[in-house]
Design a protein around this ligand. Structure first.
Ligand SMILES: Cc1cc2nc3c(=O)[nH]c(=O)nc-3n(C[C@H](O)[C@H](O)[C@H](O)COP(=O)(O)O)c2cc1C
Length: 197
């Protein structure tokens, strides 16, 4: 698929068919996430992949106890939890070529690039999913973060930036969410040529 088509077709898909995602397709989507840029090429991202009734029901039980996100009967067959590893960035920026920037401590970072880089990886996976004919949905984890980390046996210090659901769109699935209620901003409203004018 042409890049522009992938970009324009991408939207969050929130209802999935029961069809499983083939492992080689899933691998290609996950692999796309490894092509994201990252500060100092620190690559402080880990991807936990949850599949199957046991893992997924545990994920939803912990993160969505009121069943608001998965209350529909068309849940995703795969959920990826991207975890950021801030310590990888602090370690990387303590290396000789980065010394003196003061970024070997968290306070030295003007922006938490571990989160930014993870978002870039997620974006690539969202696009790769479209390219593979899958639907994908990024959503926040607003509940049970520490219980989830414990359940996943994630090493200390790792943090989820949200979750990425993947699967085949359910028949009849249609756009939902905020994008159906709010217009996309126009280019001339967003772009400020030469300054704020
Ligand atoms: C950081 C971030 C958090 C989001 N959290 C949620 C969420 O918790 N639940 C949800 O249904 N959608 C969530 N979304 C999806 C947005 O609602 C969606 O991207 C936006 O409405 C634009 O629609 P589109 O992606 O379908 O074009 C999130 C998107 C981003 C980038």
């Amino acid at each position: 698929m042409e890049f522009r088509d992938v970009m324009l077709r991408r939207r969050m898909v929130r209802e999935f068919s029961a069809e499983p995602v083939q492992s080689e397709v899933l691998d290609r989507v996950l692999e796309a996430g490894l092509h994201a840029p990252s500060a100092g090429f620190a690559q402080g991202l880990e991807l936990i992949v949850l599949e199957g009734a046991e893992q997924l029901s545990e994920f939803w039980r912990i993160t969505d106890p009121r069943g608001r996100k998965h209350s529909n009967d068309r849940p995703p067959p795969v959920v990826v939890v991207p975890l950021t590893d801030k310590s990888a960035y602090l370690k990387r920026y303590a290396e000789p070529d980065k010394q003196g920037l003061g970024m070997d401590v968290e306070e030295g970072w003007p922006v938490p690039y571990w989160d930014l880089d993870a978002a870039m990886s997620v974006m690539l996976m969202l696009l790769a999913a479209v390219d593979e004919g899958l639907g994908a949905w990024f959503f926040g984890i607003f509940h049970g973060e520490s219980a989830l980390l414990e359940c996943l046996e994630a090493p200390e210090g790792l943090q989820p930036i949200g979750a990425l659901a993947l699967g085949h769109p359910a028949p009849g699935e249609r756009r939902r969410g905020s994008a159906t209620k709010r217009p996309r901003r126009e280019l001339e409203d967003v772009v400020h040529l030469g300054g704020w004018a």
